[in-house]
Design a binder for this molecule. Structure first.
Ligand code: RIB
Ligand code: CA
Length: 313
Protein backbone atom coordinates (compact mmCIF):
# COMPACT_ATOMS: atom_id res chain seq x y z
CA UNK A 1 0.00 0.00 0.00
CA UNK A 2 1.75 3.17 -1.14
CA UNK A 3 -0.67 5.87 -0.06
CA UNK A 4 -4.14 6.38 1.39
CA UNK A 5 -6.58 9.23 1.00
CA UNK A 6 -8.85 9.09 4.05
CA UNK A 7 -12.12 10.87 3.33
CA UNK A 8 -13.77 11.46 6.69
CA UNK A 9 -16.33 13.42 8.74
CA UNK A 10 -14.49 13.38 12.07
CA UNK A 11 -16.42 12.18 14.28
CA UNK A 12 -15.60 9.83 17.20
CA UNK A 13 -15.06 6.64 15.21
CA UNK A 14 -13.25 8.61 12.48
CA UNK A 15 -10.90 9.73 15.26
CA UNK A 16 -10.40 6.09 16.29
CA UNK A 17 -9.54 5.23 12.68
CA UNK A 18 -6.95 8.01 12.56
CA UNK A 19 -5.44 6.77 15.82
CA UNK A 20 -5.20 3.29 14.27
CA UNK A 21 -3.54 4.78 11.18
CA UNK A 22 -0.90 6.43 13.34
CA UNK A 23 -0.01 3.29 15.27
CA UNK A 24 -0.17 0.94 12.31
CA UNK A 25 1.96 3.18 10.10
CA UNK A 26 -0.72 3.57 7.47
CA UNK A 27 0.77 5.87 4.79
CA UNK A 28 -1.80 8.67 4.86
CA UNK A 29 -1.25 10.89 1.83
CA UNK A 30 -4.02 13.28 2.85
CA UNK A 31 -7.27 13.53 4.72
CA UNK A 32 -10.20 15.02 2.87
CA UNK A 33 -13.22 16.08 4.89
CA UNK A 34 -16.94 16.06 4.14
CA UNK A 35 -20.10 17.14 5.97
CA UNK A 36 -21.68 14.36 8.00
CA UNK A 37 -21.28 13.79 11.69
CA UNK A 38 -20.72 17.54 12.08
CA UNK A 39 -20.56 20.50 9.65
CA UNK A 40 -17.53 20.33 7.39
CA UNK A 41 -15.65 23.22 9.02
CA UNK A 42 -15.81 21.52 12.41
CA UNK A 43 -15.03 18.13 10.88
CA UNK A 44 -11.96 19.63 9.22
CA UNK A 45 -10.79 21.19 12.49
CA UNK A 46 -11.36 17.87 14.28
CA UNK A 47 -9.39 15.99 11.64
CA UNK A 48 -6.41 18.31 12.07
CA UNK A 49 -6.73 18.07 15.85
CA UNK A 50 -6.78 14.28 15.93
CA UNK A 51 -3.97 13.91 13.38
CA UNK A 52 -1.80 16.26 15.42
CA UNK A 53 -2.66 14.52 18.69
CA UNK A 54 -1.49 11.14 17.38
CA UNK A 55 1.70 12.40 15.77
CA UNK A 56 0.50 12.75 12.19
CA UNK A 57 1.00 16.49 12.01
CA UNK A 58 2.51 16.22 8.52
CA UNK A 59 -0.68 14.91 6.94
CA UNK A 60 -2.48 17.66 5.01
CA UNK A 61 -6.22 18.16 5.52
CA UNK A 62 -8.50 19.43 2.76
CA UNK A 63 -12.00 20.71 3.45
CA UNK A 64 -14.64 19.40 1.08
CA UNK A 65 -18.38 19.42 0.47
CA UNK A 66 -20.46 21.33 2.98
CA UNK A 67 -23.79 19.67 2.14
CA UNK A 68 -25.27 16.70 0.30
CA UNK A 69 -26.14 16.78 -3.40
CA UNK A 70 -29.93 16.73 -3.23
CA UNK A 71 -31.12 17.16 0.33
CA UNK A 72 -30.61 19.41 3.32
CA UNK A 73 -27.56 19.09 5.54
CA UNK A 74 -28.15 16.79 8.52
CA UNK A 75 -25.58 16.16 11.21
CA UNK A 76 -25.23 13.73 14.12
CA UNK A 77 -24.12 15.62 17.21
CA UNK A 78 -26.43 13.37 19.25
CA UNK A 79 -24.00 10.53 18.46
CA UNK A 80 -20.67 12.37 18.35
CA UNK A 81 -21.17 15.30 20.75
CA UNK A 82 -21.57 18.99 20.01
CA UNK A 83 -17.85 19.24 19.18
CA UNK A 84 -17.87 15.95 17.24
CA UNK A 85 -15.24 14.51 19.56
CA UNK A 86 -17.46 13.47 22.42
CA UNK A 87 -17.43 16.83 24.23
CA UNK A 88 -14.38 15.56 26.10
CA UNK A 89 -12.58 18.88 26.17
CA UNK A 90 -10.10 17.97 23.43
CA UNK A 91 -8.12 21.15 22.72
CA UNK A 92 -8.45 22.10 19.02
CA UNK A 93 -5.20 22.20 17.08
CA UNK A 94 -4.10 25.57 15.69
CA UNK A 95 -2.70 24.04 12.47
CA UNK A 96 -4.44 25.43 9.41
CA UNK A 97 -6.15 23.17 6.90
CA UNK A 98 -4.06 22.84 3.75
CA UNK A 99 -6.87 23.90 1.45
CA UNK A 100 -10.44 23.40 0.37
CA UNK A 101 -11.95 21.83 -2.79
CA UNK A 102 -11.26 18.34 -1.47
CA UNK A 103 -12.74 16.67 -4.54
CA UNK A 104 -10.26 18.52 -6.76
CA UNK A 105 -7.43 17.44 -4.49
CA UNK A 106 -8.53 13.80 -4.71
CA UNK A 107 -8.38 14.05 -8.52
CA UNK A 108 -5.00 15.80 -8.48
CA UNK A 109 -3.49 13.23 -6.13
CA UNK A 110 -4.86 10.31 -8.16
CA UNK A 111 -3.47 11.82 -11.37
CA UNK A 112 -0.09 12.42 -9.72
CA UNK A 113 0.13 8.81 -8.46
CA UNK A 114 -1.71 6.73 -11.06
CA UNK A 115 -2.62 3.26 -9.86
CA UNK A 116 -1.02 3.76 -6.45
CA UNK A 117 -3.49 5.33 -4.05
CA UNK A 118 -6.25 3.79 -1.98
CA UNK A 119 -9.34 5.80 -1.21
CA UNK A 120 -10.88 4.94 2.15
CA UNK A 121 -14.12 6.87 2.64
CA UNK A 122 -15.69 6.85 6.11
CA UNK A 123 -18.19 9.68 5.75
CA UNK A 124 -20.97 10.58 3.31
CA UNK A 125 -19.80 10.10 -0.26
CA UNK A 126 -20.21 13.65 -1.59
CA UNK A 127 -16.49 14.32 -2.08
CA UNK A 128 -15.92 11.00 -3.81
CA UNK A 129 -18.91 11.47 -6.11
CA UNK A 130 -17.76 14.99 -7.00
CA UNK A 131 -14.29 13.65 -7.78
CA UNK A 132 -15.86 11.05 -10.09
CA UNK A 133 -17.87 13.75 -11.85
CA UNK A 134 -14.74 15.85 -12.31
CA UNK A 135 -12.57 12.95 -13.47
CA UNK A 136 -14.46 9.98 -14.95
CA UNK A 137 -11.11 8.15 -15.25
CA UNK A 138 -10.73 8.15 -11.46
CA UNK A 139 -11.52 4.40 -11.29
CA UNK A 140 -8.48 3.72 -13.52
CA UNK A 141 -6.30 6.03 -11.48
CA UNK A 142 -6.74 4.50 -8.00
CA UNK A 143 -5.62 1.17 -6.61
CA UNK A 144 -8.52 0.33 -4.28
CA UNK A 145 -11.64 1.88 -2.80
CA UNK A 146 -13.02 0.90 0.60
CA UNK A 147 -16.08 2.60 2.02
CA UNK A 148 -17.71 2.45 5.41
CA UNK A 149 -21.34 2.54 4.46
CA UNK A 150 -24.60 0.70 4.07
CA UNK A 151 -26.57 -1.93 5.93
CA UNK A 152 -27.15 -4.70 3.43
CA UNK A 153 -29.49 -7.22 5.00
CA UNK A 154 -29.24 -5.43 8.34
CA UNK A 155 -31.10 -2.67 10.17
CA UNK A 156 -29.96 0.91 9.70
CA UNK A 157 -28.73 3.39 12.26
CA UNK A 158 -29.71 6.81 10.83
CA UNK A 159 -33.15 5.41 9.93
CA UNK A 160 -34.78 1.99 10.13
CA UNK A 161 -33.11 1.02 6.86
CA UNK A 162 -30.47 3.69 6.28
CA UNK A 163 -26.86 3.65 7.43
CA UNK A 164 -25.65 7.17 8.19
CA UNK A 165 -22.99 7.60 5.50
CA UNK A 166 -25.35 6.53 2.71
CA UNK A 167 -28.41 8.22 4.25
CA UNK A 168 -26.55 11.55 4.51
CA UNK A 169 -26.09 11.69 0.72
CA UNK A 170 -27.92 8.94 -1.18
CA UNK A 171 -27.35 10.45 -4.64
CA UNK A 172 -23.60 10.61 -4.05
CA UNK A 173 -23.58 6.96 -2.97
CA UNK A 174 -25.37 5.99 -6.17
CA UNK A 175 -22.74 7.81 -8.25
CA UNK A 176 -20.04 5.82 -6.43
CA UNK A 177 -21.87 2.52 -7.03
CA UNK A 178 -22.29 3.33 -10.72
CA UNK A 179 -18.58 3.97 -11.25
CA UNK A 180 -16.62 1.17 -12.96
CA UNK A 181 -14.39 0.26 -10.04
CA UNK A 182 -14.04 -2.56 -7.55
CA UNK A 183 -15.48 -0.93 -4.45
CA UNK A 184 -15.90 -2.60 -1.07
CA UNK A 185 -18.73 -1.34 1.13
CA UNK A 186 -18.04 -2.21 4.76
CA UNK A 187 -21.54 -1.87 6.13
CA UNK A 188 -23.35 -2.26 9.43
CA UNK A 189 -23.84 -5.94 8.62
CA UNK A 190 -20.08 -6.19 9.29
CA UNK A 191 -19.30 -3.34 11.68
CA UNK A 192 -22.02 -4.29 14.17
CA UNK A 193 -20.08 -7.54 14.72
CA UNK A 194 -17.27 -5.60 16.43
CA UNK A 195 -18.37 -4.63 19.97
CA UNK A 196 -15.41 -4.21 22.28
CA UNK A 197 -15.36 -6.48 25.34
CA UNK A 198 -15.12 -5.06 28.85
CA UNK A 199 -11.59 -6.41 29.07
CA UNK A 200 -10.60 -4.64 25.84
CA UNK A 201 -12.13 -1.39 27.05
CA UNK A 202 -10.24 -1.73 30.32
CA UNK A 203 -7.00 -2.13 28.35
CA UNK A 204 -7.69 1.13 26.52
CA UNK A 205 -8.50 2.87 29.80
CA UNK A 206 -5.33 1.63 31.52
CA UNK A 207 -2.96 2.34 28.63
CA UNK A 208 -0.46 5.15 28.97
CA UNK A 209 -0.05 5.40 25.19
CA UNK A 210 -1.21 8.86 24.00
CA UNK A 211 -3.21 7.25 21.19
CA UNK A 212 -5.15 5.05 23.59
CA UNK A 213 -5.62 7.95 25.99
CA UNK A 214 -7.13 10.09 23.23
CA UNK A 215 -9.37 7.19 22.22
CA UNK A 216 -10.51 6.69 25.81
CA UNK A 217 -11.45 10.36 26.18
CA UNK A 218 -13.51 10.55 22.99
CA UNK A 219 -15.04 7.11 23.58
CA UNK A 220 -16.98 8.08 26.70
CA UNK A 221 -19.76 9.82 24.78
CA UNK A 222 -19.84 6.97 22.24
CA UNK A 223 -20.17 4.42 25.05
CA UNK A 224 -23.10 6.40 26.45
CA UNK A 225 -24.80 6.31 23.05
CA UNK A 226 -24.07 2.67 22.23
CA UNK A 227 -25.11 1.41 25.66
CA UNK A 228 -28.68 2.06 24.51
CA UNK A 229 -28.08 0.09 21.31
CA UNK A 230 -26.04 -2.84 22.59
CA UNK A 231 -27.50 -3.24 26.07
CA UNK A 232 -24.09 -2.96 27.71
CA UNK A 233 -21.48 -0.22 28.00
CA UNK A 234 -19.56 -0.99 24.83
CA UNK A 235 -19.38 0.23 21.26
CA UNK A 236 -18.62 -0.94 17.75
CA UNK A 237 -15.82 0.29 15.48
CA UNK A 238 -17.31 1.33 12.14
CA UNK A 239 -14.59 3.51 10.59
CA UNK A 240 -11.60 1.62 12.01
CA UNK A 241 -12.92 -1.59 10.43
CA UNK A 242 -13.02 -0.02 6.96
CA UNK A 243 -9.46 1.26 7.31
CA UNK A 244 -8.13 -1.99 8.75
CA UNK A 245 -9.70 -3.96 5.88
CA UNK A 246 -8.11 -1.58 3.38
CA UNK A 247 -4.74 -2.39 4.95
CA UNK A 248 -5.41 -6.11 5.48
CA UNK A 249 -8.18 -7.23 3.13
CA UNK A 250 -7.53 -10.83 4.09
CA UNK A 251 -9.16 -10.36 7.51
CA UNK A 252 -12.51 -10.74 5.75
CA UNK A 253 -14.10 -12.59 2.88
CA UNK A 254 -16.33 -10.77 0.45
CA UNK A 255 -19.38 -11.26 -1.64
CA UNK A 256 -19.98 -9.54 -4.98
CA UNK A 257 -23.53 -8.22 -5.35
CA UNK A 258 -25.60 -5.95 -7.53
CA UNK A 259 -26.61 -2.89 -5.53
CA UNK A 260 -28.47 0.40 -5.64
CA UNK A 261 -29.50 3.15 -3.27
CA UNK A 262 -33.15 3.91 -2.57
CA UNK A 263 -33.52 7.50 -3.82
CA UNK A 264 -37.24 8.00 -3.28
CA UNK A 265 -38.48 10.55 -0.77
CA UNK A 266 -40.17 8.00 1.49
CA UNK A 267 -38.99 6.41 4.71
CA UNK A 268 -36.56 4.04 3.03
CA UNK A 269 -34.62 6.85 1.30
CA UNK A 270 -30.91 6.25 1.74
CA UNK A 271 -31.11 2.46 2.06
CA UNK A 272 -28.29 0.57 0.31
CA UNK A 273 -29.96 -2.42 -1.29
CA UNK A 274 -27.75 -5.37 -2.18
CA UNK A 275 -29.21 -8.30 -4.07
CA UNK A 276 -28.73 -11.15 -1.61
CA UNK A 277 -31.26 -13.51 -3.15
CA UNK A 278 -28.54 -15.99 -3.84
CA UNK A 279 -29.16 -16.57 -7.51
CA UNK A 280 -26.03 -18.02 -9.01
CA UNK A 281 -23.77 -17.04 -10.44
CA UNK A 282 -23.07 -13.89 -8.45
CA UNK A 283 -21.90 -11.06 -10.71
CA UNK A 284 -18.39 -12.01 -11.71
CA UNK A 285 -16.90 -8.58 -12.31
CA UNK A 286 -16.86 -6.31 -9.25
CA UNK A 287 -15.84 -3.46 -11.58
CA UNK A 288 -19.12 -3.54 -13.44
CA UNK A 289 -21.27 -0.44 -12.83
CA UNK A 290 -23.92 -1.20 -10.21
CA UNK A 291 -21.87 -4.01 -8.67
CA UNK A 292 -20.13 -3.76 -5.31
CA UNK A 293 -18.44 -6.05 -2.83
CA UNK A 294 -19.67 -6.42 0.73
CA UNK A 295 -18.15 -8.22 3.70
CA UNK A 296 -19.23 -11.82 4.13
CA UNK A 297 -17.11 -13.32 6.92
CA UNK A 298 -14.94 -11.28 9.28
CA UNK A 299 -12.10 -12.31 11.58
CA UNK A 300 -13.25 -10.12 14.45
CA UNK A 301 -10.56 -11.38 16.82
CA UNK A 302 -7.77 -10.42 14.43
CA UNK A 303 -9.43 -7.07 13.70
CA UNK A 304 -9.60 -6.23 17.41
CA UNK A 305 -5.97 -7.32 17.82
CA UNK A 306 -4.83 -5.04 15.00
CA UNK A 307 -6.81 -2.07 16.28
CA UNK A 308 -5.81 -2.39 19.93
CA UNK A 309 -2.15 -3.00 19.14
CA UNK A 310 -2.05 0.09 16.91
CA UNK A 311 -3.51 2.41 19.55
CA UNK A 312 -1.21 0.97 22.21
CA UNK A 313 -3.79 -0.87 24.33
O1 RIB B 1 -22.81 4.58 10.32
C1 RIB B 1 -21.55 4.82 10.86
C2 RIB B 1 -20.82 5.88 10.10
O2 RIB B 1 -21.53 7.12 10.18
C3 RIB B 1 -19.45 6.20 10.61
O3 RIB B 1 -18.63 6.57 9.54
C4 RIB B 1 -19.69 7.37 11.51
O4 RIB B 1 -18.53 8.12 11.74
C5 RIB B 1 -20.72 8.12 10.75
O5 RIB B 1 -20.10 8.90 9.76
CA1 CA C 1 -17.33 8.66 9.80
Amino acid sequence: MSGVILDCDTGIDDALAIAYAAGAGVPLTACTVVHGNVPVDLGSRNTVTVLDAVGLDGVPVYRGASRPMAQELMTAEHVHGQDGLGDAGIEPSARAVAGDLAAVRIVELARAHPGELSIVAVGPLTNIALALLLEPRLPELVDQVVIMGGAVGAVGNASETGEANIWHDPEAAQVVIDAPWDVVFVGLEATMRTPLTQEQLARIERSEDPRAQLCWRVLQHYLDVYENVLGERSCVLHDPLALVLAVEPGLATYRTVRAFVELGRGGTRGMLVGDLRGFRPDPEDPRAPGVIRIVDTLDTVAFHDRFLAAIGA
